[in-house]
Design a protein around this ligand. Structure first.
Ligand code: XIL
Length: 459
């Protein structure tokens, strides 16, 4: 007992001394650093070596603000790879690309702060692999074996033999109408259903063994004029909505697996319900009512609530899960939640995604990462998609897919991408920014690094 006590006093004393050193003012720290000298980073090796590149990595150095990376084909570093003579970096790794195959490269790193530059790390030698032509690219749907990989489509893209048709059949296991299964298209005037586009999309999916996710039964941005300016009573309005939901679900029973029943019901600020023609005429419980109508029309279809900024806007996230909790408390049928993944190359963080995902899992919901697109140029600071930004975009997609892939099988449904080609993304006109490349394919239907990121997220 006594020995134990003395031992803990001793530890306490040592601990306090250590704390004292650590608490010393910054001037003292600088003195310590300069007397000891800035340490060199440790390079442990290169990873992800391919025929045209590798990733150089090193350890963080205490008190370093940045690092200088040298890469050379010559072990004495008398010449340097273009751009890699003391390339300044604040990260601890660097993806190097555009290299020659079967060639030796050497790299070393120094730590830098405002006072000094460390001596060189050890030199790492990397030999790139033999080429043998480009590796065959795996199709997204073959790589993702535990959930659907979806794409938003327009009916006129689905002509047999079109480039869209070819890519859809090869890569995607699910489709969603980008706008042709919304109310303003299906029911443009009172009583006159137009199924031409929605049928074309559903028939295409069935003919090709592709899943259909229906989007969206009730959305304030796709209300046909006749309903927006409705002159009947509130009860009649509600009956119109019920009839619409019933007609759509009845027509596509057994053909459409899932529906976004209500889209974007929560405001961006304040955690309040968005005031729309639906809330105005049907009451604040209109969301629950629409889910009830849908369940009555089809007992088997999966019913989703879908919204944006779920991972990044905490107030909105709380309000959305409150809405869902209230529905569950009142036995309103809801199967899943869609996070519209209209995101950016630098946001959301993995942590933000996981927090939101866990809230869905806690409630036993199926989760749809719907409407994925990743803005590469949200601040309009580039005019072409630079390699650096393309890699950042790729890495963000990799994170998104890895987070999704890690959830339990029972909660998985799909990751759906919102558009095929960069130049056709809805985001370009929406943000009036035509220097934007948010998707997996470029304007020539060529696979981008973003596509590779999706595949890497599954590894
Ligand atoms: C967009 C489509 O991409 C556009 O083509 C259409 O004109 C408007 O709607 N959130 C949604 C989607 O839920 O339905 C929206 O799609 C994008 C934002």
């Amino acid at each position: 007992m006594k020995i134990k006590f003395i031992k803990s006093m001793y530890l306490l004393l040592i601990g306090s001394l250590f704390a004292l050193v650590n608490c010393a003012d910054p001037g003292d720290d600088t003195d310590i650093a300069s007397s000891i000298g800035l340490g060199s980073p440790i390079t442990s090796g290169a990873y992800d070596v391919t025929s045209s590149g590798f990733t150089a990595s090193w350890t963080r150095v205490y008190k370093a603000d940045s690092y200088e990376l040298d890469i050379s084909k010559d072990k004495n570093f008398e010449t340097f790879l273009a751009g890699y003579q003391a390339k300044s970096l604040t990260t601890f790794n660097e993806e190097v690309y555009g290299l020659d195959e079967t060639t030796d490269y050497f790299f070393r790193v120094r730590a830098v702060n405002s006072e000094e530059t460390s001596s060189n790390s050890g030199v790492i030698q990397v030999t790139t692999l033999a080429g043998g032509g480009p590796e065959p690219v795996k199709a997204l749907k073959d790589a993702a074996t535990t959930f659907f990989v979806g794409m938003s489509v327009k009916a006129d893209q689905l002509t047999s033999g079109s480039k869209y048709d070819e890519i859809l059949k090869r890569e995607f296991s699910s489709i969603t109408a980008e706008y042709e299964m919304k109310m303003n298209i299906i029911l443009p005037t009172k009583g006159n259903y137009d199924w031409s586009k929605s049928d074309a999309i559903v028939d295409y999916a069935i003919a090709n063994g592709i899943n259909v996710h229906g989007h969206a039964l009730v959305w304030h941005n796709s209300v046909p004029d006749w309903l927006k300016n409705y002159t009947g009573t509130n009860a009649e309005f509600e009956q119109e909505v019920k009839d619409y939901i019933t007609a759509v679900l009845t027509r596509y029973k057994g053909k459409v697996t899932s529906w976004d029943v209500v889209n974007e019901a929560i405001n961006d600020a304040g955690g309040t319900l968005r005031q729309t023609v639906f809330s105005e005429k049907m009451g604040d419980n209109y969301v629950a009512k629409c889910f009830q109508f849908a369940r009555e029309a089809d007992p088997d279809v999966l019913l989703f609530y879908n919204d944006y900024s779920v991972t990044t806007n905490d107030t909105k996230q709380t309000a959305i899960f409150k809405l869902i909790d209230d529905m569950k408390t009142n036995n309103v049928p809801i199967d899943g939640i869609g996070f519209q993944m209209h995101i950016q190359y630098n946001s959301p963080s993995v942590n933000q995604m996981e927090t939101a995902v866990n809230k869905a899992l806690d409630r036993g919901l199926k989760l749809h990462f719907s409407e994925l697109d990743v803005r590469a140029n949200p601040n309009k600071d580039i005019t072409t998609l630079t390699e650096e930004r393309a890699i950042a975009q790729k890495n963000k997609i990799k994170e998104v897919v890895a987070v999704y892939n890690a959830i339990p099988q029972a909660n998985k449904y799909a990751i759906s991408v919102w558009g095929m080609k960069d130049n056709e993304s809805w985001l370009l006109p929406f943000y009036d920014n035509y220097n934007e490349w948010p998707l997996l394919y470029d304007s020539n239907f060529e696979i981008k690094k973003a596509h590779t990121g999706f595949l890497e997220g599954l590894k």
